[in-house]
Design a binder for this molecule. Sequence first.
Ligand code: KG4
Ligand code: ZN
Length: 355
Amino acid sequence: MDDLIFLGIESSCDDTAAAVVTGDRRILSSVVSSQTTLHADFGGVVPEIAARAHAERLDLAVEQALDQAGLALTDLSGIAVTAGPGLIGGVMSGVMCAKGLAAGSGLPLVGVNHLAGHALTPRLTDGIDFPYLMLLVSGGHCQFLRVDGPDNFTRMGGTIDDAPGEAFDKIARLLALPQPGGPAVQAEAASGDAKRISLPRPLLDRPGCDMSFSGLKTAALRQRDALIAEHGGLRQGDRRDLCAAFQTAVSDVLAEKSRRALAESPVPVLAVAGGVAANTQIRAALEQVAADAGARFLAPPLALCTDNGAMIAWAGIERFRQGHRDDMTLAARPRWPLDRKAQPMLGSGKKGAKA
Ligand code: KG4
Ligand code: ZN
């Protein structure tokens, strides 16, 4: 079945993406149209604006993905689409687009869990076997997963409140930096002194792999206010030091919890995915943890860490190989936990309850 060719469509947050991927792990095209500028004035993703922009751009993204792959719809084996979790208007836009294409072409339709797209990415990039340990760390999610199959995930721990990406975005807003906050905070942190400002490392005193980032955010806000009170404003150096301190605190927490998760993992493989896995300091810290444990470390290239259509096409291929098919009843799901046996985590972020 290695001659499979899938179109993948992604529209669960603020990136409109389409890609064409083959069953033998070749990415023939990957188009990502970011909505960053549309949301810039609002300090975060506005769901209604996102949904409208997806509806307007999806056709074009699909057309470009096919063009760049040099293929027509009739050359494909199937269409995969993110069916959740995410901002419901955007997910619906993608699902409607995919249904239209499937109905018009007669191609099979496969609904994909966005988080499974991230979690299966190391199989696309590195062809690794199941099982493996995955740290999925993004704008709406943060969890350790044992991945045993395309639809077989066991959550080993996760955030009990905010996701790290959400915290990066909030810190950026507090410091008048642009969105998305992660890359902006990373750029400031590059020339900052992480040791000057002291921030907590939440939940490290508790056993297990659960994490918390909400208190860290509040602590950073207090430090910002203290610096403003002291100097009558936030100086450039203060901003850089605060970014460095925050990034280091997140990195320390993720590293220590990864160390514990690896100790519990049945195989010595640590893979990371999701937007926050694009952070250089965090990647380096996790790589060190893996090296210390004698484990293999896998981190996808940056463009495959953040949201993209290729991971959805690939997850679609994996599900298709398992015999999974959807039809016109495929529904958009705002919430869709990967591990259906696990209790929902506490807290609610921009993408709803932590799955
Ligand atoms: O996976 P993703 O593209 O979308 C979600 O599914 O959430 O992740 C987006 C998140 C944003 O919160 C963004 O600030 C964060 O990933 N991010 C980063 C970096 N690049 C993106 N966080 C820290 N450092 C980065 N370099
Ligand atoms: Zn994502």
